[in-house]
Design a protein around this ligand. Structure first.
Ligand SMILES: CSCCC(=O)C(=O)COP(=O)(O)O
Ligand SMILES: [Mg+2]
Length: 240
């Protein structure tokens, strides 16, 4: 893609620190999930989808290598809550945690208590890119959470501009194999994918897989001392 000057076929976007401010996640979404976690689980632990998340959480808990983690014994809901809070404290990208967070946020987005803030250049870029290629999301936040964020975005419903959503169920964002799986799922060659993220390790993995990359620098993002050769942008408007 970048070598030939051809336009990307797939614009693959990270969310936190790329389309949306880190503060949206750290100051609004995460505190909302933390506040409602225990009540939500006590009310919904028999729902099939929640039970599946708790099952997965139990497996993650068993294979956790950090011995300081609260153990879940006998499927205890209180143990599960303690472990989820422990994961939240560490901003762990646990698939089970992310799936539960998305379910908890649903009520907040639908009630207008949560709004999916996007940076001002995002809607126009999504419209431009989707006119000649595809726009997809790859975030550690669950697919359900992504759909909520873009449906209830600060500029209205952006979901019609998004072809597909991917989360850690496809693999970790720091693994090259994940980008190969996304390319295969989309039927697009890796060289036709342009991946945007604020995290150099994620960009390294995408580049290793064969994708083109852009390091996104936004207000509020952590300072990046070494971009490891990834071209940086401060706005999607920089890409003509
Ligand atoms: C999709 S909104 C929730 C964001 C989230 O939970 C998260 O961990 C952000 O990760 P990202 O991969 O978008 O940086
Ligand atoms: Mg990010």
């Amino acid at each position: 893609m970048s070598q030939t000057g051809a336009q990307p076929k797939l614009y693959l976007l990270d969310v936190e620190g790329t389309t949306s401010p880190i503060s949206l996640v750290s100051e609004q979404l995460f505190p909302y999930a933390r506040k409602h976690l225990a009540a939500y689980l006590r009310a919904h632990d028999n729902d099939a989808a929640v039970a599946a998340d708790l099952e997965l959480l139990g497996q993650e808990n068993s294979s956790e290598t950090d011995d300081s983690r609260p153990a879940i014994t006998g499927g205890s809901l209180e143990d599960a809550i303690a472990y989820l809070l422990w994961l939240m404290d560490r901003d762990r990208k646990s698939t089970a945690l992310k799936s539960l967070q998305g379910k908890i946020w649903k009520a907040g987005f639908e009630a207008g208590e949560l709004v999916g803030t996007v940076f001002p250049d995002v809607p126009e870029a999504m419209m431009r890119w989707s006119s000649h290629g595809k726009v997809s999301i790859y975030s550690s936040g669950s697919v359900e959470a992504q759909k909520l964020l873009f449906r209830y975005s600060s500029v209205g419903d952006l979901t019609p501009l998004i072809s597909a959503n991917f989360d850690t169920r496809i693999g970790p964002k720091i693994a090259a194999a994940s980008y190969k799986t996304i390319a295969s799922a989309m039927g697009i060659e890796l060289s036709g994918i342009l991946f945007f993220s604020d995290v150099v390790r994620e960009l390294d993995a995408a580049r290793e897989a064969g994708c083109a990359t852009r390091l996104v620098i936004r207000e509020g993002n952590a300072w990046v001392a070494d971009a490891n050769g990834h071209t940086s942008v401060r706005s999607f408007a920089e890409l003509s």
